[in-house]
Write a protein that binds this ligand. Sequence first.
Ligand code: ADP
Ligand code: MG
Length: 255
Amino acid sequence: MKTIVTMGRGGTGKTSFVALMAKYLIEKKKTPILLVDADCDQNLAEMVGIDVAAAGKKTVAELLCATFIERGGTTVGVPPSHRIENRIWEEGLVEGEHFDLLSVGTKWVEGCYCLPDAALKKALGTITRQYQYILIDAPGGLEHLNRRITDHIDMVFDVMGPSSKSFAHVQRAYRVIKEVGITVDRFYVIGGYAFPDELKSRASEETGLPCPGKIENDPQVAARVLAGESLLAVPKSSPAYRSVAALLDPLLSGE
Ligand SMILES: Nc1ncnc2c1ncn2[C@@H]1O[C@H](COP(=O)(O)OP(=O)(O)O)[C@@H](O)[C@H]1O
Ligand SMILES: [Mg+2]
């Protein structure tokens, strides 16, 4: 099981990158995959063709509230982590053909729940074991990292936009992850679709982190996002998909 977290400032193309990475892993038969939408925009589901509400599913935040806050302490004898784990399996996970999807929801990012966080961590430890890859679309703000829901991340991609704030974001993300004590095997910066080619060498020089590539600007991707259509259906020949495949190939080939 490998955990891959994608972060970066809003609008840099994080969520579409996660959707295209999912497509890549499905093409390479590196499945099953768990997609985790941890961003408040909550548009990962739509970008992979899933309607969470229509599927009758709830966010993790909603399930945490329903389990621990609204009817706190009523289910005597069942450990908190089992309670939330069961509810995530039954009411949270949306099942797709090659992947499942879980939405974290906004309340969890804002609120403060100590007991639920510990229970959630344990529950997710069990749930995630069923998958080969966990892809997390993380919010631009890094508050969620303080929750320490995970101790280890295999790969981080910080998607950069064409602004100095993107450089600052990478540095802050790197520092916060270290500070909260999460171990990361590999930390990469990648150029977002609006990141100029000529800045690629700067991205890695200034951040001190390897930059395996850049996502190509692709009108097909923009059109699909606008229409609310799945990015899993973009042709394999599309510039954005090809650029994502090209940057992931060397990173994931040995796995
Ligand atoms: N490869 C791309 N080429 C062109 N436009 C893109 C590309 N990726 C994303 N976009 C556009 O940029 C906007 C933000 O993308 P998104 O993936 O939601 O970014 P983020 O998750 O970082 O906020 C979307 O409206 C989408 O249309
Ligand atoms: Mg997003």
